[in-house]
Design a protein around this ligand. Sequence first.
Ligand SMILES: NC(=O)c1ccc[n+]([C@@H]2O[C@H](COP(=O)([O-])OP(=O)(O)OC[C@H]3O[C@@H](n4cnc5c(N)ncnc54)[C@H](OP(=O)(O)O)[C@@H]3O)[C@@H](O)[C@H]2O)c1
Length: 373
Amino acid sequence: MTSTTTPGPAAPPAGAGRFAFLVHPRTRIADDLGRVWAPLGVGPERLYDLALRRLTLPPVRMARVEIGGQAVGDVVLVPFGARHLLERPGEGRLRVAAAVDRAARLGADVVGLGALTATVTGGGVSLRGREDVGVTNGNAFTASTVDLQARLLLGSAVDQRADRHVAVVGATGSVGGAVAALLARDQAVDRLTLVARSRPRLDALASRLRTVSGGRVRTTATDDLAAVASADLVVLLTASTSAIIGPEHLAPGAVVLDATQPRNTSPAILEQRPDVQVVDGGVVAIPSLRLLGGDIGLPDGRAYACFAETALLALSGHRGHFSIGVPTLEQVDHTRALAADLAHLGLGPAAPTSFGRPLDLAPPHLLEPEAVR
Ligand SMILES: NC(=O)c1ccc[n+]([C@@H]2O[C@H](COP(=O)([O-])OP(=O)(O)OC[C@H]3O[C@@H](n4cnc5c(N)ncnc54)[C@H](OP(=O)(O)O)[C@@H]3O)[C@@H](O)[C@H]2O)c1
């Protein structure tokens, strides 16, 4: 008599390390605290805002992480909101450092800096001196993921246009700098508009990218957001607590790829600009991923790309720091190789969503992971 067994989820390789991923409450603190313990979700927002601002609360282990049925890490909550981090970056850095201590005590080999914990630490620069754990901002694999999504959108929604014009908003940032460099290096666009607030950094980036593309991508830089009005595709990679791109900014039929956390596109685009498609960026599928005890705003089996980078590094046995500041293109390529090595975990592009909802009018090949490998 033969017996049949159902194969379980693919397990992480032997020799894998553990990781921790740092998160913080985003725009509405009550919503995110409710993910830790549901009754907290109905508390008064002003009280939470005051409490988190005034009290030096210790970091909290918010969830245990399982991949392939095995415990591989933890999610650690920094009890300081998005607004607090951007308004008081010095204190934010101390709170993030305390969360890294907590992660180390939980046994993490690699710590990933989620959302604005990366921004306040200069993409991890302020943690570079740590020798007890490896730190990564997760932005190499995020850049890889956003770059692939941008190319898929260019290959579908805007492929009929002779002059493919992409605006990267937040181009001088950690993710934005790497995405812009990938698009320039591979000449994936005809025109690149780099947008941020600091002119000197923009000008230095534009000049570097003209060299990277061999002059074959027309590259301009501006601190005027109005410049996105002529772009076919707007890739949004800013670090702000409020909406930066609204219905008034976009060209007819434009596509917005928004990877920001908290979200920097206005939901008013949905109502007022039915001609515009907003696609959520920087999310990947890890089918056997489960968070036990809390969630970070995504369903089981989906993860932010920076979380995925942290997991990839730990599972591959990486030790020491990885992406700090703006990741290099070699680091981006390395994360792609790691994802391919760990392909048995099923890691791949997530089916496209817009404001968290499945996209009805998704270009068909956006749904085919093979198209981007
Ligand atoms: N989905 C994912 O897996 C994932 C992973 C990593 C990061 N993220 C998100 O991606 C975003 C960028 O992260 P990061 O680490 O690259 O941040 P970052 O290094 O702090 O870069 C932010 C960029 O935005 C620009 N910026 C900020 N406010 C702006 C404004 N009001 N108008 C125009 N430009 C503005 C900054 O330049 P100036 O200061 O000169 O304006 C800089 O170029 C964040 O929202 C983060 O949460 C998502």
